[in-house]
Ligand binder design. Structure first.
Ligand SMILES: Nc1ncnc2c1ncn2[C@@H]1O[C@H](COP(=O)(O)OP(=O)(O)O)[C@@H](O)[C@H]1O
Ligand SMILES: [Mg+2]
Length: 262
C-alpha cells in the first residue's frame, strides 16, 4: 500500500481505516485514502453518502457534535491529528474550511480578513502596516481587492454572496494554511458566481491542497485533478478525475457518473 512504503510527505492527507458514528449510525466505513498535495481533489457521491462528514474529519470539526465517535487514523502532512499532543487551534489554522453558505462575521471586511490570524496571535502582534499588508494581499489573492479597497470598513454582510464567499476564502490566507477544505462552496451562488469561484479555486491550487465536496459533476470534471466517489459511507473509487468519469473501474461509479443513480 502506498501509505506504508511512500514517504509521508508525498501525501497531504492520509486516512487509515477511518470509521465514524453519529450515535449508533455508522456514517463512515473503513476509509483509507491518500490525498496528494497541491492539487484539487473532488469528493462526489449521492446526498447522504458521507462527503461532508469525511471532509469534517480532516480538521476534526465533527467533534463539535456530541454524539460522534471516531476510530482509525487521519494524518495531515504525516502527523496523526488524533494524537494527544495535537492542538485543535493549530490544526484548524493549517486546515482551513469554507462552507456551503458564506459565513462572514457581521464586522468589517478588513476585520473579517484578520479575524483568524488575530485569534491565533497576541494583541498587538502586528503593526498597522503589516495588518494592512495582510488584508491587501489576501483580498488580492481572491480578486476582491479592487472592488473593496475603498470600503474596507463596510460590514462584510453587505457584500454579494459571491463576494462573501471570496472573503471567506481570503480570511484563511493570512493563516498560511496547508489544506483548504471546501464543502459545496458554490451552492448558494448563481452561474456567474460559480464560474468565478471555480476560477479562483483553480488559481489557488498551486499553493494549497484543496479538497472540495461537490454535488455538481460538471464542476468536479472542470476543476479537480483527482476525484473520490463515495457511496453509503464508503469510498468506492479514487483516481484521476478523467479516469473516474471516462473509464470508471467500478460499476457503481459508472452508474453514478452517467446519472443512473443518486
Ligand atoms: N450531526 C449528525 N447527526 C446524525 N446523523 C448525521 C449528522 N450529520 C450527518 N448525519 C448523517 O450521516 C450521513 C452522511 O451525512 P453527510 O456527511 O452530511 O452526507 P453528504 O455530505 O454526502 O450529503 C447521512 O445519513 C446523514 O443523515
Ligand atoms: Mg454534504
Amino acid at each position: 500500500m502506498d501509505c506504508v512504503t511512500a514517504p509521508q510527505d508525498r501525501f497531504a492527507i492520509q486516512t487509515h481505516q477511518l470509521n465514524l458514528w453519529y450515535g449508533t449510525f455508522q456514517a463512515l466505513k473503513e476509509i483509507t485514502v491518500n490525498i496528494k498535495p497541491r492539487l484539487i481533489t473532488s469528493l462526489i457521491g449521492p446526498s447522504g453518502c458521507g462527503k461532508t462528514t469525511l471532509l469534517r474529519c480532516f480538521n476534526r470539526i465533527n467533534e463539535r457534535y456530541e454524539n460522534v465517535t471516531t476510530t482509525g487514523e487521519v494524518r495531515i502532512l504525516g502527523k496523526n491529528i488524533y494524537d494527544e499532543d495535537v492542538s485543535l487551534g493549530e490544526l484548524r489554522k493549517s486546515v482551513g474550511m469554507v462552507f456551503q453558505r458564506p459565513n462572514p462575521l457581521p464586522i468589517s471586511i478588513y476585520d473579517n480578513v484578520l479575524f483568524g490570524i488575530r485569534s491565533h496571535t497576541r494583541r498587538g502582534a502586528f503593526a498597522r502596516s503589516e495588518r494592512d499588508g495582510m488584508v491587501e494581499s489576501a483580498l488580492r489573492d481572491v480578486e476582491l481587492w479592487d472592488e473593496t479597497k475603498d470600503g474596507l470598513r463596510r460590514k462584510a454582510t453587505h457584500l454579494t454572496l459571491e463576494q462573501q464567499q471570496k472573503l471567506c476564502i481570503a480570511r484563511l490566507l493570512p493563516l498560511k494554511p496547508q489544506v483548504i477544505l471546501m464543502d459545496e462552496p458554490c451552492s448558494a451562488l448563481d452561474a456567474e458566481g460559480v464560474e468565478r469561484i471555480e476560477e479562483l479555486v483553480d488559481a489557488l491550487r498551486e499553493k494549497f491542497t484543496i479538497v472540495m465536496v461537490t454535488h455538481n459533476m460538471g464542476q468536479a470534471r472542470r476543476i479537480s485533478q483527482e476525484c473520490i466517489f463515495m457511496l453509503m459511507g464508503k469510498i468506492i473509487e479514487h483516481g484521476d478525475t478523467s479516469q473516474v468519469f471516462l473509464n470508471p473501474r467500478e460499476k457503481e461509479t459508472d452508474m453514478y457518473v452517467t446519472g443512473r443513480y443518486g
